[in-house]
Design a protein around this ligand. Structure first.
Ligand SMILES: Nc1ncnc2c1ncn2[C@@H]1O[C@H](COP(=O)(O)OP(=O)(O)OP(=O)(O)O)[C@@H](O)[C@H]1O
Ligand SMILES: Nc1nc2c(c(=O)[nH]1)N[C@H]1C(S)=C(S)[C@@H](COP(=O)(O)O)O[C@H]1N2
Length: 167
């Protein structure tokens, strides 16, 4: 089971002005796959320092395997999730957002407006998803088929076998 955290980044959500539907949707989708154990969830405002501090704590103190963020990837003045993520990562994983946008652009041209990124801090994979529940579903759907193999590589001491067929 991959120890997973879900971080919702939304000014309205953090102030109780809107029900967070995206965080719970991520949890439901992951739990339906079976090998993800959601051990941490939070709703935070779109504040870059708060996001950085929380990501660092979930990696360095809580040793999560996977962190999924939702929200704050667009162009508005308060959208800084990708910058906070890149600032705390040791290595970036550009193929993950490339796959999300490739898949999503076949659904809506607005997919190009997500600046979502992904990267690795220590032994934790951090992935940004956009904010709306629709975007969460479509972006997560795009990456789930390869996600467990990525985590297997990240967490194994040797090399994971890339020849296994994707489930
Ligand atoms: N966590 C969420 N739960 C439910 N709906 C959301 C969530 N995040 C975004 N949405 C939906 O997607 C739309 C666009 O998201 P966006 O991130 O631009 O939200 P916002 O309301 O402008 O700002 P913020 O969520 O940061 O306060 C929102 O108007 C809302 O309908
Ligand atoms: N698959 C998919 N990706 C999507 C969308 C969507 O509806 N479906 N919405 C886009 C829109 S409208 C925006 S503004 C960006 C950024 O969203 P965020 O600011 O809520 O993170 O994600 C984009 N990615």
């Amino acid at each position: 089971m991959y120890r997973t955290g879900i971080m919702t980044l939304s000014d309205k959500g953090s102030q109780g002005q809107r029900e967070d539907k995206s965080g719970p949707l991520i949890q439901t989708m992951l739990e339906s796959v079976g090998n993800y154990d959601v051990v941490k969830t939070t709703i935070l405002p779109d504040d870059v320092d708060t996001i950085k501090e929380s990501l660092i704590a979930w990696v360095d103190a809580d040793n999560l395997d996977l962190i999924l963020t939702t929200g704050g990837t667009g162009f508005s003045q308060r959208d800084w999730t990708p910058e906070a993520t890149a600032a705390v990562c040791d290595r970036m994983a550009p193929g993950i957002p490339e796959a999300m946008r490739y898949y999503s652009l076949q659904i809506t041209p607005k997919a190009m407006l997500s600046r979502a990124t992904a990267g690795i801090r220590k032994r934790t994979l951090i992935i940004n998803l956009p904010g709306s529940p629709k975007a969460v579903k479509e972006n997560l759907e795009a990456i789930l088929p390869a996600l467990d193999h990525g985590l297997e590589m990240l967490l194994s001491s040797g090399s994971a076998d890339c020849g296994e067929p994707i489930k």
